[in-house]
Write a protein that binds this ligand. Structure first.
Ligand code: C2O
Ligand code: CU
Length: 461
């Protein structure tokens, strides 16, 4: 029997309950045939939306239903932060403070989790700190980490998949002096790319029709734009890439022989840059990429593709202007390796809803981790992967992957907070919680697995 079960139910909680009760047992037929967006005729792509940049110092964010433009005159109903899809890009410096007031204009409870940010429990958007409809909540935290691309999204109990899928997500960029010293491309030459899949109903509105194996969309969006294009100069560009999908893995590549220069990932800059032809990116993972258009002929179209889906994600139209200067630094930063773990913990991602045989219970704390102690965490699965494993409250360093792909790939070096676990694989990471004591989460970031219970509370003590 297949575990890939359509779940075309109207209520999120019904989905979760039904899926838990009868994963694999539902009859087919819940997914609608889509009459909505189709690929455009050549030369007819839509300008890539770039979300406005805001400071977190005194920010009001409303989460509410909205009608959002998708490009080419098309619009969709969505759930949006401040009416924007994706939400505004939050930009701050390391050691700044954030004070973000969320006002919940949704019909369900929500929270904001600052994915990748090291914050105290009260600011972490834990599902126990649910913000009810009509209510506001102030997230206050200092920014105590290095330059990197993080993101923010809802984290309510059993409804994360729906709220993220219907539009609630945005980028959170941290800068620091070390990064500034590298003279990386900035301004119009630094572009956030939130890449995800989506489904639309016959009227062209986003719909959330999950399956127990995870939501699989038939259409790609970059920054909430259908069939996007971006005019680029013959210059060096920096792309801050987030896989904002609920469940889809992208295998990113540029056509016309243009390589990526990988300089960073979830937790900021790597030690040195790596040239790559393709990169596999799981849900919630981030990339910091330089792309050099200086030697590309003006008039060339360079396509960012997903090789797995065979999708054209974003077209770069290289224009004539020549922008001199800019180098691709080879040495980027220093990563102090974690070492000498005191404890080893085992996490088995079981079925579609359990970690170590247990479904999530919001009121149960499953283990305690001593503050400031380096530990080895070993992630395994007995099937139903991929499971993108995510930890709150600390970043980690990936040590080994055995079986499956059998290797730690270049974009998994440095600091990570989400790591892709495929069938048969065992992944070991070193982790140390030296930010705060408190209640945090480990979970599968395939949001349907998370919502069905593949999540665990732990306490840093
Ligand atoms: Cu991006 Cu616990 O989530
Ligand atoms: Cu999973």
């Amino acid at each position: 029997m297949s575990n890939d079960t359509p779940l075309g139910l109207s209520s999120r909680r019904d989905f979760v309950r039904t899926a838990i009760a009868s994963a694999g047992m539902l009859a087919a037929g819940g997914v609608r045939v889509l009459g909505a967006p189709r690929p455009p005729p050549a030369g007819n792509r839509n300008p890539l939306k770039i979300p406005p940049i805001v400071s977190p110092a005194n920010l009001d964010l409303s989460a509410a239903p909205a009608v959002v433009p998708l490009g080419g005159g098309k619009t969709s109903s969505a759930l949006a932060y401040n009416g924007l899809f994706p939400g505004p890009t939050i930009l701050a410096n390391s050691s700044d403070s954030a004070a973000v007031r969320l006002t919940n204009g949704l019909s369900d409870g929500t929270t904001i989790h600052w994915h990748g940010m090291i914050v105290e429990t009260a600011a972490d958007g834990h599902p126990k700190d649910l913000v009810d409809p009509g209510v506001s909540y102030l997230y206050e935290f200092p920014i105590i980490q290095r330059a990197c691309l993080n993101w923010y999204h809802p984290h309510p109990h059993m409804m994360t998949g729906e709220q993220v899928n219907l539009g609630l997500a945005g980028a959170f960029i941290i800068r620091d002096a070390q990064e500034a010293g590298l003279g990386l491309p900035s301004g119009a030459y630094e572009v956030p790319l939130i890449i995800r899949d989506a489904n639309f109903d016959r009227s062209g509105n986003l719909i959330y029709n999950p399956r127990t194996t995870g939501f699989v969309g038939k259409i790609s969006l970059v920054n909430g734009t259908l069939d996007p294009q971006l005019n680029v100069e013959k210059a060096l560009y920096r792309f801050r890439v987030l896989n904002g999908s609920n469940a889809r893995i992208f295998r990113l590549s540029l056509d016309n022989g243009v390589p990526f220069h990988l300089i960073g990932n979830d937790g900021g800059l790597l030690e040195s840059s790596v040239e790559l032809g393709q990169i596999e990116l799981g849900p919630a993972e981030r990339l910091d990429l330089l792309v050099d258009f200086r030697n590309v002929l003006a008039g060339t179209k360079v396509m960012l593709r997903c090789l797995d889906a065979g999708w054209d994600l974003l077209e770069f139209d290289v224009t004539q202007q020549v922008n001199a200067g800019g180098t691709i630094p080879t040495t980027l930063s220093t990563i102090t390796p974690l070492s000498n773990p005191v404890t080893t913990r085992f996490f088995s991602f079981d079925g579609m809803s359990k970690i170590n045989g247990l479904e999530y219970d919001i009121n149960r704390t499953d283990f305690q981790v001593p503050f400031g102690q380096t530990e080895l965490w070993r992630f395994t699965t007995n099937g139903n992967a991929p499971h993108p494993v995510h930890v709150h409250g600390a970043s980690f360093q990936v040590q080994t992957r055995t079986k499956g792909r059998g290797t730690v790939v270049p974009w998994e070096r440095g600091w990570k907070d989400t790591v892709l676990l495929q069938d048969q694989e065992t992944v070991e990471v070193l982790i140390r919680f030296d930010g705060y004591r408190g209640l945090y989460l480990i979970h599968c970031h395939k949001l349907e697995h998370e919502d069905m219970g593949m999540m665990s509370n732990f306490q840093v003590v």
